[in-house]
Design a protein around this ligand. Structure first.
Ligand code: C5J
Length: 223
């Protein structure tokens, strides 16, 4: 057991039961020329998470921690795309339509891929999710339970959408979530701040928040 400096109070890290989960670090959200950029967002606000996440990922892999990746997207026939999700935003080019990197958020298309900087290694589960939360309509809970995982170090995008939704789902299922502050990103600075504050508010209603340096220090201390 090692202690990670975190808010609202120190996190008791059990390396045998911990996993890193990296949410939706996909080309369509992070790359200039992708879906997020086409919507007018500044992708540099998300791209600042790449270097610290890669560092944490390398340390976690070296320490033998389980690593799980997720991707938001839909079947090519769009049979799993709720009409309400398709209609939302009244976009000229929305989910399933042809975008700058292939069909937007469709499995198998270039934009749906995880960015090359954080490519999964063989053996690391990639969970394809049709919703914002990574537990909804996926086998994530089974994957975690089968590996004996009880603690999640959460990285990815975006802080207030898929990261927060996943943390809330995980919390209701009994997992302890530590959100790695510099490894999660939002297109909106105010949502980044509030997204993190909501996790750790009221004594850690949904979990903990810490820096990647603090997590890496604990990984090194228990190596
Ligand atoms: C969004 C996500 N923002 N991964 N997806 O639509 O947060």
């Amino acid at each position: 057991m090692a202690i990670i400096e975190a808010e609202p109070y120190p996190f008791e890290f059990n390396r045998a039961r911990a996993s890193v989960i990296i949410i939706d670090m996909q080309r369509d959200f992070l790359e200039p020329g992708g879906f997020g950029a086409a919507l007018g967002n500044d992708v540099s606000l998300l791209r600042r998470t790449i270097a610290p996440t890669r560092r944490l990922l390398e340390k976690a892999r070296a320490a033998g921690l389980s690593v799980i990746h997720t991707r938001e997207g839909h079947r090519p026939d769009l049979a799993d795309l709720p009409p309400a999700k398709k209609a939302r935003g009244r976009l000229a080019a929305g989910i399933g339509d042809l975008g700058p990197m292939g069909r937007i958020l469709v499995r198998g298309e270039p934009g749906h891929d995880i960015i090359p900087e954080l490519s999964p290694l063989p053996g690391e589960p990639v969970v394809d999710k049709p919703g914002k939360g990574a537990f909804f309509a996926t086998d994530l809970d089974a994957v975690l339970k089968n590996r004996g995982i009880a603690q999640l170090f959460v990285c990815g995008v975006t802080t207030e959408v898929c990261v927060n939704t996943t943390v809330r789902e995980a919390n209701d299922r009994g997992y302890d979530c530590l959100v790695v502050a510099d490894c999660v990103g939002s297109y909106f600075p105010e949502f980044q701040e509030m997204g993190l504050r909501m996790i750790k508010a009221q004594g850690g209603l949904f979990g903990w928040v810490a820096t990647s340096d603090s997590v890496i220090a604990a990984l090194s201390a228990t190596a």
